[in-house]
Design a protein around this ligand. Structure first.
Ligand SMILES: [Zn+2]
Length: 254
């Protein structure tokens, strides 16, 4: 069972423990009329705590990217009446790797994932997209790196950056085909943006703009082949992630 807590009256976060790591999503309430769910996490039941908070508000769901632990919980929401927004590449993934990943998981663990429904975005965008809510704005910005379809969400009125998997502690996950230089240059922009006060990543603790700076230092080191260590004690998952990340480095002969 996950933990749902209020950062304030309008912004809630839910964190659930998966086998190897935790994942976090958010719920933004704009007045009495609008609710936005940022990532639906791994299982429909992960969304149960949001029901009384959403109530009769109109519902927008945003996927930070198409990885399973961010999109498999959608059936736990009144998704048929929702608009679902994601990057165009995330929409494309629902026709390619998204169903494959679920099929593999179902065959590995029969019965355990039967309640998952794959619900593709109803609207998609390239570059950026702004959602005007009641008294609040949610800017969606493409930020490829962890995956090609990653986005971040920024709420300028609140200084909140919803970072998905583009910011992660102890270290982000860099796939072999990562557009790492693009990732670094976009994070430089956010690191220099003093409007950013609160950073809400999907994995690892919530923090301040400092989280962006730390991830940037790590990714810059990997990009330029400098030695770097992740922050803090490492679980087996992050130990392995760091080993794989270092292989990305040009010094490793790629
Ligand atoms: Zn993730």
């Amino acid at each position: 069972m996950g933990i749902t807590e209020a950062l304030d009256r309008e912004l809630w976060i839910t964190r659930v423990a998966l086998e190897e790591y935790d994942v976090r999503g958010a719920l933004l309430l704009a007045g009495d009329t609008h609710a936005v769910v940022w990532d639906t996490l791994a299982r429909p039941r992960d969304m149960t705590p949001y029901h009384p908070l959403i109530g009769q508000r109109s519902l927008t769901i945003v996927y930070s990217h198409g990885d399973w632990d961010h999109i498999w919980g959608t059936a736990g929401l009144p998704y048929r009446r929702a608009r679902i927004v994601a990057h165009a590449d995330t929409r494309h993934r629902f026709d390619t790797d998204v169903p494959d990943v679920l099929a593999k998981r179902r065959s590995a663990e029969p019965g355990a994932w039967d309640d998952v429904v794959l619900v593709p975005p109803t609207e998609s965008f390239h570059g950026h997209r702004t959602l005007e809510l009641r008294g609040l704005t949610l800017e969606l910005h493409h930020l490829p790196g962890h995956t090609a379809d990653c986005i971040v969400g920024f709420i300028p009125e609140r200084g909140v950056l919803l970072a998905g998997d583009t910011i992660e502690t102890p270290c982000p996950v860099i796939p072999a085909d990562s557009p790492l230089a693009a990732w670094v240059s976009e994070l430089r922009r956010w690191a220099a943006d003093d409007r950013v006060r609160t950073v809400i990543p999907a994995h690892g603790p919530v923090g301040t703009r400092d989280l962006v700076c730390r991830n940037l230092e790590y990714l810059e080191a990997i990009l330029s082949g400098r030695p770097v260590d992740p922050r803090g004690p490492l679980t087996p998952f992050y130990r392995e992630t760091h080993i794989q990340n270092v292989r990305w480095s040009p010094a490793a002969g790629r």
